[in-house]
Design a protein around this ligand. Structure first.
Ligand code: FE2
Ligand code: FE2
Length: 472
C-alpha cells in the first residue's frame, strides 16, 4: 500500500486518513503534481532551505507555521474554513434554502467550469514566476516569491480536492489537465489571458501580485458566498493566504515608488535612473498594463453567464450580506456602452451586470492602493507627478470595449492613433530592456538592489537581514 498520502504528509481538516476513495484519487494525482512543480516551478532553488509559512490548521491564531523547508517537501495541505452550523444560501433564486453539501445535478457543469477556471490560475502563476529567483532584489523578496509560489500550489490542491471529491471521473480528468496546460503555450495555454502573459522581471511580479492576485481576492470572495458549501469554505480559507500575496504586491510597488522618489530627490535633475532606479512614468506604464490585464479577468460587462451564476447561487457579490436585495431581479446598473460608434449610457438588468459590480469593488480597492503610493511620493517631496489608474475602457481585450481603442482617460481613438501612441502608455521593448538591465540578483543578507527600498519590517518578526534563503 502506498504511503504517499497521509495526514502527516498532507495536513488537512477533511478527514483524509479515513477517506480511502479520496486518498486513492490524490495518490494518483500527487506524483504528477510534484513532476510539474520540479519541471516548471521555481527555477534553481528546489534544493535550498527557504523560510516558509505552512498552513497546518485553520485556527485563526495557529494556522501559520514558519520554518526552513525545501520547496518540493512543502506540505501542501487541504483546508476548508470550519462549517457554519445551519448555513443558508444568501442570494439568487435559492436564497434562504439550506446551503448544498452535495452539488445539485443541474448545476454540476457550471460549477465544474467555475472551479476549473479558478484552479487553472494557480499553477499558471507559478509557471509565470518560475524564472524570477535568479534576479531577486533581496533574500527577503526571494523568500516572498517562493511563499507566494508554494501557496499557489496549495490553492491548486484546494481546487483539485473539490474536483476529486465532488465530480468523480470527469473531476479527476480536469485535475490531470490542470497539470498539462502551460502558461503562454501556443497549443495548451492556460485558460485566462493575464495568466498567459509573461512575467519577466520584478516590476511585472509586483504589479501582478498587486493587481492580478487582487482579482483573485474578489473572485474568491464572490465564491465564498456560494451555495455549494465546500466551495465556499475552501475559498474562505484561501483568502487568508491571498492577503499575503497582495501585501507582497502592494508594499512591493510602494517600496519601488519610495526608492524612486528618494533617488529623484538626491539627483540634481530629479532623475531616478541616474541612481539605478525606475522613473515614475515607467512605473505608471506597468500599472497601466497589469491593471487592465486584470480588469479583463472579471469577464464581460454584460454577461448572461454572470446572471446564471448569480441566479443559481453559485457566485454572489463581494460581501453579499451588505446588500439589501439578495434577489437582484428588479434592479438595474447604468453603464457606458458602445453603440454604432458612440458611447451611450444604458441601464442593464442588474443580474447581467454582476461582473461589472464586482469590478467596481476591485477598482475601488486598487484606487486605495494608488492613493497610498501617492502619499509616499508626497512625503518624499515629489509634487510634480502622481500615479493613477487608467480608465477602465483602456487596453481591454474582453467585454464591450474589446476591439475598440481608448486612451488612458477613456477617450476613443482610432486603431492608428492608438498604435502610434501605445508606448506612451504601455511598456515598450525599450522600457522592458531598461527594466531588465537592473535585474541582477542580490543575495547577501541585508543587501538590496538599487531600484527598491527595503521593507519596513521582516517576515514573522525577523529582521530584513535575516537569512531567509539558505543555499544548499
Ligand atoms: Fe491563489
Ligand atoms: Fe495569489
Amino acid at each position: 500500500m502506498s504511503t504517499a498520502i497521509s495526514d502527516d504528509k498532507i495536513p488537512n481538516n477533511v478527514n483524509l486518513s479515513s477517506d480511502r476513495r479520496l486518498q486513492r484519487a490524490l495518490e494518483q494525482w500527487q506524483p504528477g503534481f510534484i513532476n510539474w512543480w520540479k519541471e516548471v516551478g521555481p527555477e534553481g532553488y528546489q534544493a535550498d532551505d527557504i523560510y516558509l509559512r505552512t498552513a497546518i490548521s485553520v485556527e485563526t491564531d495557529g494556522w501559520a507555521h514558519f520554518d526552513y523547508v525545501k520547496m518540493p517537501d512543502y506540505r501542501w495541505g487541504i483546508f476548508l474554513a470550519p462549517p457554519e452550523e445551519g448555513r443558508t444560501i444568501g442570494f439568487g433564486d435559492h436564497a434562504g434554502e439550506p446551503a448544498w453539501q452535495e452539488i445539485p445535478g443541474e448545476y454540476r457543469n457550471m460549477l465544474r467550469r467555475i472551479i476549473v477556471t479558478q484552479g487553472d490560475t494557480e499553477p499558471a502563476s507559478v509557471e509565470q514566476q518560475a524564472k524570477l529567483g535568479a534576479i531577486a532584489p533581496s533574500l527577503y523578496d526571494l523568500r516572498n516569491l517562493f511563499q507566494v509560489n508554494v501557496e499557489e500550489g496549495r490553492h491548486l490542491w484546494a481546487m483539485v480536492y473539490l474536483l476529486h471529491n465532488h465530480f468523480g471521473r470527469d473531476g479527476r480528468e480536469e485535475a490531470d489537465t490542470m497539470l498539462e496546460r502551460r502558461s503562454g503555450d501556443a497549443d495548451k495555454p492556460r485558460i485566462l489571458g493575464a495568466f498567459n502573459q509573461p512575467i519577466e522581471n520584478w516590476l511585472d511580479f509586483y504589479m501582478f501580485t498587486m493587481f492580478t492576485d487582487r482579482d483573485g481576492k474578489y473572485q474568491l470572495a464572490s465564491l465564498q458566498e456560494s451555495a455549494f458549501d465546500a466551495l465556499s469554505r475552501t475559498c474562505k480559507f484561501m483568502l487568508t493566504e491571498e492577503a499575503h500575496h497582495m501585501f507582497v504586491g502592494e508594499t512591493g510597488v510602494d517600496r519601488i515608488v519610495a526608492r524612486s522618489a528618494a533617488l529623484m530627490k538626491s539627483d540634481p535633475n530629479e532623475d531616478a535612473r541616474a541612481g539605478g532606479g525606475f522613473d515614475l512614468p515607467l512605473i505608471q506604464k506597468y500599472i497601466n498594463l497589469w491593471f487592465t490585464l486584470s480588469l479583463d479577468l472579471f469577464g464581460g460587462e454584460i454577461s448572461s453567464n454572470a446572471a446564471d451564476y448569480f441566479a443559481s447561487g453559485l457566485k454572489g457579490r463581494y460581501k453579499e450580506h451588505q446588500h439589501a436585495d439578495h434577489a437582484a431581479l428588479t434592479g438595474s446598473y447604468r453603464m457606458t456602452v458602445p453603440r454604432e460608434g458612440q458611447l451611450v449610457e444604458e441601464d442593464v438588468p442588474l443580474r447581467t451586470a454582476m461582473n461589472e459590480v464586482l469590478r467596481d469593488n476591485y477598482v475601488d480597492d486598487c484606487q486605495r492602493a494608488v492613493d497610498k503610493w501617492n502619499r509616499t511620493l508626497a512625503r518624499a517631496g515629489v509634487t510634480n507627478f502622481t500615479l493613477a489608474l487608467p480608465h477602465r475602457r483602456f487596453h481591454r481585450k474582453i467585454g464591450i470595449y474589446a476591439g475598440l481603442h481608448f486612451d488612458v482617460t477613456g477617450h476613443r481613438l482610432s486603431a492608428e492613433e492608438f498604435a502610434q501612441r501605445r508606448s506612451e502608455w504601455l511598456p515598450s521593448a525599450y522600457d522592458a530592456a531598461y527594466v531588465a538591465s537592473l535585474m541582477t540578483g542580490v543575495f547577501a543578507p541585508g543587501k538590496i538592489a538599487s531600484w527598491i527600498a527595503p521593507p519596513s519590517k521582516g517576515i514573522n518578526g525577523q529582521s530584513f537581514d535575516f537569512q531567509y534563503v539558505r543555499r544548499a
